[in-house]
Structures are given as structure tokens and as C-alpha cells.
Design a protein around this ligand. Structure first.
Ligand code: NDP
Length: 587
């Protein structure tokens, strides 16, 4: 690649390093507070009517699925397709939908094209209305899947599973509603984006104004709905804390409707072109059976650098696929690290130039420019966010030099020498990413001989393909665990759901007494993970802090480094020729 006279690599590297250094906080992830204890109300369900009660269940089903987000929903749907009738989904929320149940903030959209994000489109005969769906369309689709496969019949909503205990030949599933349900199989898909996290700003607990988290939007206070029209804010001074993927979508609405909006930014997001549009009815009518699965496979191949005849989605994700290897690790090498760094600088220069083109005040534009490599933070896309800072009632407050908002007192937020009095603070501060209920210990699991799962995983998770573990028969995990992921996470979940359903179907057909990997098969997979785990520490150490790099303290990822395309092929081959490894016949 020829060198570019406009790229001063040394100067850019130094700038990135300086921007990173001024944000790293010694407490790392400990700077945050979970929505629990005195902060538990931040996680309350604003969508379900209060006062719900029901009698405890003491019965038996064939499969319990923990979690009714897309992972659990797809597993249940695929089990139904495989002929399993007795399935109970247990879900904390009041309905299916997972993150799309909780998050209904104004402007909510999926940032992945809906035709590749929404699952089971062929099966339900549905073509999304928009290139990028609003949250309501996604939630409706999740509910449609629930109805289509009869999953509402036995579902338990507003119920949290509190313990899983193996009592041969069943699992005993206990819940916070006093249920004691026996199940032959349990699938845990309790999600990783459901627990809001809050900044540990001194004074946050005594702040006198109104507060809430974006994932539990308080329309009673703001008025309006997910399309905007937040009339309740017309006379309010509003502070939004955070400028991640959620804030990018919320800010245009708050800017339009609040009397005054203060956006408290610590690290700017990269904000690329969006180009959302309604689906062309002519295109929808031309689709052949199997179109959706082909399209999402095409997207997966493109974003992981695999060759395709045509880039079907052709958007800002696929256009930046050559920069995603540090976000979606694969073994596909498109260019040398040096070439990749230059391509990255070019892309980020383009995004910084976009800020200059769209933001009128040069000082504000300067603060909104992202100075880090493309894959350091989740890329975002908006055709309205940056322009919102041209409004006279919108102020950007850069907190980078102070580690974020420094203090909250009375109704005031303090940053350096400046004080901002507001009526309301909205936390767009994200989630406890990557800490599933099982991994965090919130959902204790006891296997054969009462062995606790986390005890057995003292030195790290031990699974075969991320799904199951020796000593924990008939128990399946869904989500990011010793497997490969992608930016289109629902695709990954659907492949996992498909796998679990096929294994259960085969176990039933064979009359296997249980599904359980041998200790040897499990060890071999743990070795594979160790051998292929992506080596991203060096890259992530240079990134501004965030949850991708454990707030500036990167850890080795325990994932399959050859990427999702290879992983899905590997699972398919294994199902065809080696499923016996986990099907244990009567003893
Ligand atoms: P993020 O964790 O991405 O962002 C949190 C924001 O809060 C960051 O800007 C962070 O700054 C800021 N922050 C935290 N503490 C402070 C503080 N003390 N003072 C000032 N700012 C602070 O959360 P999001 O909800 O935006 O997104 C979470 C994830 O949800 C995304 O990464 C994505 O995976 C998913 N998502 C997906 C969407 C989709 O369309 N598929 C849409 C929206 C979200 P800093 O960066 O400096 O830490």
C-alpha cells in the first residue's frame, strides 16, 4: 500500500495514546454501580402493571428455557420445529423480546439491517418495513414468533429463576415466585445486556431531580413515545450522561423536545452515515424462498472478510468490514497489520471530517471527534445526531479530563469549574456487558453430586463448544461462551438455538438417557479455545477505555478465534458425524 502524505502515523498514534491516557480511570470497571440494592429501582419494569401475582407451579415439563429474549425464543421455536411439545420459557420481563422489551427509548432502532437481524423471516412470511427496524417492529416480531410457535401457552413471565439443581433424572428449577418445576432439559439464555449499570458519581444517590436509565424510559415523565414527541420536557433542563450507541439514537429527540439538553460526553462515538429507508415493496415481492437466511449468511461472510459474489446489505458495516477483525475476530487475513492501521486511520479521518462537515461550531466539532481505532468502540450510525449540536438549546459538555461527571449535588452536575443545574438526569451509561446470570453467580447451578457450576469453573469456563459441561447433564448455555460471535448477535444466537434443538431432538430419537460431554471432549475444546483465542490485548490496550477492553485493562478473550463462519461449519460437521460424543445411552 502506498504511503499517504496526509497520514502522519506517528502523530496519529501519539494522539490516540494521549486521548486514551486522559480517560483511563484507576478503578476500571469498579467505577460503575449495578442496578441493585438501593439502586434496584433503576431496573424495575416500567412496562408491566404492578401487583401481579400467581400461584406457584409444582409440575414437570420436558424443557425449561431460561430467558425469553431472542436466544431463548429461538431455542424454544426450533425445539417446537423439532417436535418437542412441552416447553416452558421463564422470563423476568412481562413478555418476550429481551433487550427489545426493556429498551423502548425514543429513537430506538436496530443498527444492523433488519432483513439480516430479524430471525425466522422466511418461516413467518415477514419482510421488515424498514432497512433498519425501529424497536417496536422488532418487539412485534419477537411476539409474533412466540405466537407462531405456541410459546405463550406455557410461558412464565415476570418470573426470575433463582436456582437450577440436578436431581437425577431431572433438573429442579426454582423461581422467585415459589415455583418448583422439574425439567428433563434446561437451556439458559438469560442475556448479557439486561442489567443497567450506573456511574458511581459521588452524590448520585442524593440527587434531587428526576433520574432514570435509558433502558427503562420514563414516558410518564417525558411524555411521547419511541417516535418522540416528548412534550413533558418542553419546560425541563435535561442532562444525558453517555454518548454510546443508545445516546446517539436518543439525542436527536431530546434536543428537539427539551427546553435545554446538556449532553455529558466522556468519549465521543464514531458516527457514520445511516441512510434508513422504507423497504421497497417491489423488492419485497421479488424475494425467493430462503432469501433471509442467504442474506444474513452473506452479511456474516462480508463482515468477517470471507469472499462473496455480491455484498447484499451494502451499508456502513459491510463497507468497513476490513476494519472489523479486532471486533469480530476471524482467521481471515485481508491485509498486513501496517496496511490495516493505515486503512483505519483513513476511515477515522473520514469520520472526523464528517463531524466538521455537519457541526457548525468548530470548538464543539473538535470535541465530537473520535480519536481511536475503528474497532475500539461499537461503531454508530446516525444522520441526525451530530446535527443536533447545532441547536441553540443543546450543549455538549466534555468530561474527558475529569473522568466523567465529577459530582452531583442538589440538582446540579459538576464538571471542573462548571456547574449545570438540571431537572432531570438520564443515564445512557450502558449495561453490565458479558456478565450472564450464571457467570456472575446470580443464578446458582448445582450439577451431579451437588457440585456448583462456578466451583467446577474456578479456573475458567469448561464447556464443549460453549454449550454443555461434564457433570451438568442436559444443561445448555446460549450466548457468548467459548464460541464465536458477530456484530449481528441474533444470527449467532439462532445458530446456537438450532444446534441445541438438533441435539435434543437426536437425544429423544435415540432414547439417550442424557446429553453430556465426556471430561475428555470438554478438555479438548478448552484446549482449542486456548489455542485459537484471539490475541487482542495489544490492540485493546491502545484503545480508549470501555467495556470492549474491560475499562482499559484488557483481558484475554475466551472465544473461538477462527471466527463465526468456521465455527458454524464446525458445528454442522459435528452434528453430522460426532454427535455421539454427548449422547449418553442408558447405563
Ligand atoms: P455504552 O456502554 O456503549 O455507553 C455508555 C456511555 O456512558 C459511554 O459513552 C460512556 O463513556 C458513558 N459514561 C459512563 N460513565 C460515565 C460518566 N461517569 N460520565 C460520563 N459518561 C459516562 O452503552 P449503550 O447503552 O450506549 O450501548 C450498550 C450496547 O448496547 C452497545 O454497545 C450495543 O452493543 C448495544 N446497542 C445496540 C444497538 C443496536 O442497534 N443494535 C443500539 C443501542 C445499543 P465512555 O465511553 O467514556 O466510557
Amino acid at each position: 500500500m502506498p504511503t499517504d502524505p496526509e497520514l502522519d502515523l506517528e502523530a496519529l498514534r501519539a494522539r490516540y495514546r494521549a486521548e486514551r491516557d486522559r480517560r483511563v480511570r484507576p478503578e476500571g470497571a469498579a467505577q460503575y454501580r449495578g442496578a441493585e440494592g438501593g439502586f434496584g429501582y433503576y431496573a424495575d419494569d416500567p412496562h408491566a402493571a404492578p401487583g401481579f401475582t400467581r400461584d406457584p407451579l409444582h409440575d414437570r415439563v420436558e424443557v425449561v428455557v431460561v430467558g425469553g429474549g431472542f436466544g431463548g425464543l429461538l431455542t424454544a421455536a426450533r425445539l417446537r420445529m423439532a417436535g418437542v411439545d412441552s416447553i416452558r420459557v421463564i422470563e423476568k420481563a412481562g413478555d418476550f423480546g429481551g433487550t427489545w422489551y426493556w429498551n423502548r427509548y425514543p429513537g430506538i432502532h436496530c443498527d444492523i439491517e433488519s432483513s439480516v437481524y430479524l430471525p425466522l423471516l422466511d418461516e413467518l412470511g415477514y419482510v421488515p418495513e424498514w432497512k433498519y427496524s425501529p424497536g417496536a417492529e422488532i418487539l412485534r416480531h419477537a411476539q409474533a414468533i412466540g405466537r407462531h410457535y405456541g410459546l405463550y401457552r406455557d410461558a412464565c413471565f415476570r418470573t426470575g429463576v433463582t436456582e437450577l439443581r440436578w436431581e437425577d433424572p431431572d433438573w429442579l428449577v426454582s423461581t422467585d415466585r415459589g415455583d418448583r418445576i422439574r425439567a428433563r432439559y434446561v437451556v439458559v439464555s438469560s442475556g448479557t445486556l439486561d442489567r443497567p449499570k450506573l456511574p458511581g458519581i459521588p452524590g448520585i444517590d442524593t440527587f434531587e431531580g428526576h433520574t432514570f436509565h435509558t433502558s427503562r424510559w420514563d414516558y410518564g415523565y417525558t411524555g411521547g413515545d419511541a417516535n418522540g414527541g416528548l412534550t413533558g420536557l418542553a419546560d425541563k433542563r435535561v442532562a444525558l450522561i453517555g454518548t454510546g450507541a443508545t445516546a446517539i439514537q436518543v439525542v436527536p429527540h431530546l434536543g428537539r423536545d427539551a427546553q435545554h439538553l446538556y449532553v455529558f460526553q466522556r468519549t465521543p462515538s464514531s458516527v457514520d452515515y445511516r441512510g434508513n429507508r422504507r423497504t421497497d415493496p417491489g423488492w419485497a415481492a421479488s424475494l425467493e424462498p430462503g432469501w433471509a437466511v442467504r442474506r444474513r449468511e452473506n452479511f456474516l461472510r462480508v463482515v468477517t472478510g470471507n469472499p462473496v459474489d455480491e455484498d447484499l446489505v451494502a451499508d456502513a458495516w459491510t463497507g468497513s468490514a476490513h476494519l472489523l477483525r479486532n471486533l469480530v475476530p476471524t482467521d481471515v487475513v485481508l491485509m498486513s497489520p501496517e496496511e490495516e492501521e493505515i486503512a483505519d486511520f483513513r476511515k477515522m479521518n473520514e469520520l472526523r471530517a464528517r463531524v466538521d462537515a455537519l457541526v457548525e461550531d468548530p470548538a464543539t466539532a473538535e470535541k465530537l471527534k473520535p480519536w481511536y481505532r475503528y474497532a475500539c468502540k461499537r461503531p454508530t450510525f446516525s444522520d441526525e445526531y451530530l446535527q443536533t449540536f447545532n441547536r441553540p438549546n443543546v450543549t455538549l459538555v466534555d468530561t474527558a479530563d475529569y473522568g466523567g461527571v465529577e459530582r452531583m449535588t442538589g440538582k446540579t452536575l459538576v464538571v471542573g469549574d462548571e456547574e449545570y443545574e438540571v431537572d432531570c438526569v438520564i443515564f445512557a451509561t450502558g449495561f453490565e456487558v458479558g456478565r450472564s446470570d450464571v457467570m456472575s453467580g446470580r443464578l446458582p447451578v448445582f450439577g451431579r453430586d451437588g457440585v456448583p457450576l462456578l466451583g467446577s469453573w474456578r479456573t475458567g469456563p469448561r464447556t464443549l463448544h460453549g454449550f454443555y459441561s461434564h457433570g451438568f447433564p442436559n444443561l445448555f448455555h446460549l450466548g457468548p461462551l467459548q464460541n464465536a460471535s458477530s456484530v449481528n448477535f441474533v444470527h449467532v444466537l439462532d445458530e446456537q438455538a438450532h444446534h441445541v434443538a438438533e441435539v435434543v431432538a437426536q437425544a429423544r430419537k435415540r432414547g439417550a438417557c442424557r446429553v453430556e460431554p465426556s471430561a475428555e471432549a470438554e478438555s479438548a475444546w478448552v484446549d482449542t479455545i486456548q489455542a485459537t483465542a484471539p490475541d487482542l490485548e495489544e490492540f485493546l490496550a491502545e484503545c480508549t477505555p470501555g467495556y470492549y477492553n474491560n475499562e482499559g485493562k484488557p483481558r484475554r478473550r475466551q472465544s473461538f478465534g477462527k471466527g463465526p463462519v468456521v465455527f458454524h461449519d464446525l458445528l454442522r460437521d459435528w452434528r453430522e458425524s460426532r454427535m455421539d460424543e454427548v449422547l449418553v445411552d442408558g447405563e
